[in-house]
Design a protein around this ligand. Structure first.
Ligand SMILES: O=C(O)CCC(=O)C(=O)O
Ligand SMILES: [Fe+2]
Length: 383
């Protein structure tokens, strides 16, 4: 992509101007680009779990439940296995209607296609959507990036889903579709959480007041190569600070990478192959703590592609701020209590404080019993 093409599009945030010094300086020293893990043999397919038996089990009468019981048990077991072995998996027959997801995609396109200055300060014409897609909800880039690995070639709307349910008359299409997708993803996330937590005692409480939906866009980025060429980071490496995330990835444009163990005892970035129609589920920090590390909150990041822009939607399932994250006592599934008790509010504050002071999220290692975090355990910040 030519530099001027990016700048000519008035809807793009000024990422190129902001990061030019980093790109010019380091790109030359790293001729293959800055991101590894996008070669064909670095691609991976996540476990795919068909949720039909589970949803049937929850919604049907006793008779049907008896008939479908064993496939529902297999579905639960597959989720438990994937959450501990991968920390990520994909679900089909998930109950979030495809037409609704497609409609949200249309609204997302419309929101990101607005001129950049309107995203920062929407005018009268945008009144209707101000509540959800206001300048306070809008983020772009990472202004404090000092090297290419901290760069976020992306823009996003963080939409709290506490907004009252839309009243029929005044509701815009954007508001209605965001509300409906959030409600469907929230229901799905709670079901999955209850299955995963059941292994470890009573399930944690969740609240709608702290959950949010993030609409992401990764504009086409400078880089070399075509489809699998090297790009810059759209989102730097991070773990999610929630119980569970439901992610609607772009059906065709890949870019999500996971830091996974490899056969040689090291770790390397692997790119998740897109799976149209499936939703991606990942374990967040709170669920890892709740299960004494049985489930893994895996570090992930996004590569912005040189050949195409990419969109995604993430729903974050969180508890209320005063919810105590109280890992179960050692028992059936674990032998020692790994973390001290903490509230979600305390966790969020600590993450923000670490980011403010050091530019990086420490996350769970801060809450380990008797162990102080090592610099190697630091990850980049995202909420
Ligand atoms: O865009 C993606 O695939 C991942 C987004 C993500 O990790 C996040 O929003 O926390
Ligand atoms: Fe994430």
């Amino acid at each position: 992509m030519e530099d001027h093409e990016y700048e000519q599009d008035e809807s793009n945030p000024p990422l190129l101007a902001t990061y030019k010094h980093l790109l010019d300086g380091e790109h030359r020293r790293l001729p293959l680009g800055v991101v590894a893990g996008d070669e064909e043999d670095d691609q991976c397919d996540l476990p795919v779990i068909d949720l039909a038996p589970l949803l049937l089990d929850l919604e049907s009468d006793q008779q049907t439940r008896n008939n479908g019981g064993s496939s529902s048990a297999a579905c639960r077991a597959a989720m438990v296995r994937a959450a501990s072995e991968w920390g990520f998996f994909q679900v089909t027959n998930h109950g979030v209607p495809q037409p609704l997801l497609d409609e949200l995609h249309g609204q997302q396109l419309r929101a990101f296609r607005r001129p950049f200055h309107r995203k920062l300060a929407p005018g009268d014409g945008d009144d209707e959507d101000q509540l959800l897609l206001s300048p306070e909800a809008y983020r772009w880039g990472n202004p404090t990036a000092t090297c290419l690995h901290q760069l976020s070639w992306s823009e996003a709307y963080h939409v709290p889903i506490t907004t009252p349910s839309p009243e029929t008359k005044t509701t815009t299409a954007t508001r209605r579709v965001i509300h409906e997708v959030s409600a469907a993803m929230s229901k799905l996330a709670r079901r999955i959480l209850s299955v995963l937590a059941a292994e470890h005692g009573p399930p944690p409480e969740t609240e709608t007041t702290t959950c949010f939906l993030r609409l992401n866009r990764y504009p086409q980025a400078p880089g070399s190569g075509g489809g699998h060429g090297h790009g810059v980071l759209g989102l730097c490496g991070h773990t999610d600070s929630d119980f569970l995330t439901i992610l609607r990835q772009d059906d065709h444009v890949g870019g999500l990478q996971l830091l996974l163990d490899d056969k040689d005892g090291g770790r390397r970035w692997r790119t998740v192959r897109p799976n149209p129609g499936a939703l991606t589920v990942n374990v967040g920090d709170l669920l890892q703590a709740w299960t004494n590390d049985v489930y893994a909150s895996v570090e992930h990041r996004v590569v912005a592609r040189p050949d195409r822009e990419r969109f995604s939607v993430a729903f974050f399932l969180c508890p209320s701020y005063d919810t105590l994250i109280r890992p179960p006592l050692p028992g059936k599934t674990t032998t020692s209590q790994v973390y001290r008790n903490f509230t979600f509010g305390e966790y969020r504050s600590q993450v923000r404080e670490d980011v403010r002071l050091t530019g990086r999220k420490v996350g769970l290692p801060r809450f380990r019993r008797h162990v102080s975090p090592s610099p190697a355990s630091l990850t980049h910040q995202l909420s």
